[in-house]
Design a protein around this ligand. Sequence first.
Ligand code: PLP
Length: 367
Amino acid sequence: MKVDIFTLKKQYENLKGELRGPIENVMSSGAFILGEDVGFFEKEFAEYCGVKYGIGVNSGTDALFLACLACGIGKDDEVITPAYTYIATSLGISMAGAKPVFVDTEEKTYSIDVSKIEKAITKKTKAILLVHLYGHPADMDPVIQISQKYKLKVIEDCAQAHGALYKNKKVGSFRDAACFSFYPTKNLGAFGDAGMVLTNSEEIKDKMVLLHDYGRKGRYENIIKGYNSRLDTLQAAILRVKLKHLDKWNEKRRKNASLYTKLFREAKLDIVLPYEAEYAKHVYHQYTVRVKNRKDVMEKLANEGVRTLIHYPIPVHLQECYKELKHKKGDFPIAEKCCEEIMSLPMYPELTEEEIRYVVNTFSKII
Ligand SMILES: *Cc1c(COP(=O)(O)O)cnc(C)c1O
């Protein structure tokens, strides 16, 4: 048996019929840039998250970059962010000209360790940019308290957590701005690159509208030096169709995760399973486990047809691209430990019970 870590083929088979009409509408309208589906999707996705405004952009990375700019972050500013995340989180900060200041990870949820944020704050700190990693929400209440105490902006990186809940409230709805990616493999994915910034602030919305479209006010009247980072009409039309399925897909991910967890517990293996905090509704963008002899386990699983991946092998502070920050091994020990032990198992809504049982059985045999 072969179990892929991820596939979009089954999802496409199921959606083909439903997608054809909306795609053809865009094609025949010819309105490929900022066509009406963009505005509709911005409104629908913002509503889904319980937020006032949505601004579609090119990618999740651009969402982070432009949200930083729209929050007034730039040169000489510092932004507090987790050392353990996908590189794009801190690249967004760097693209805005600011300096990412890393904070270690909380070992159970893999989110930023909120107890270590205050120590990282300096006079230059402008914002906390946190991540709901793997689909598990970060602990928002303490972050918001700290942000109020020090007058910092809070930006959420929701690229892996569409539909996740923190205390029954959708991630992306908490503070100044939230950034989503619709990269094809995300819980809500386009047929190419796409992203969005959500905000309840009219001021940040107005800045985003300018920033993502050349700083244009009228047709040929430009009031700031903006960027070209728009959500394609075609992607918006596709995402509108897919948004209707997101809750059902997330429920399937959760069902798959609970079957994995039940079977792993029964097998009594010496591995660390995903955790769901009391405040959280996890949407399992990834189902990650931690093992001591990871390389060996991954190879043996691959030989039995089970593909796994490492999200992520190198913590951000030790990436070559951040060598100017002069971090060294040992600076963020939990993040480093997670990077050494973590592995992601096959996870997507269409995964079958038989496939999950096969993964766990194979695991039990080799570990
Ligand atoms: C995917 C991802 C991004 C970047 O999104 P793109 O659309 O690929 O640019 C940012 N942050 C996190 C946590 C991600 O997983």
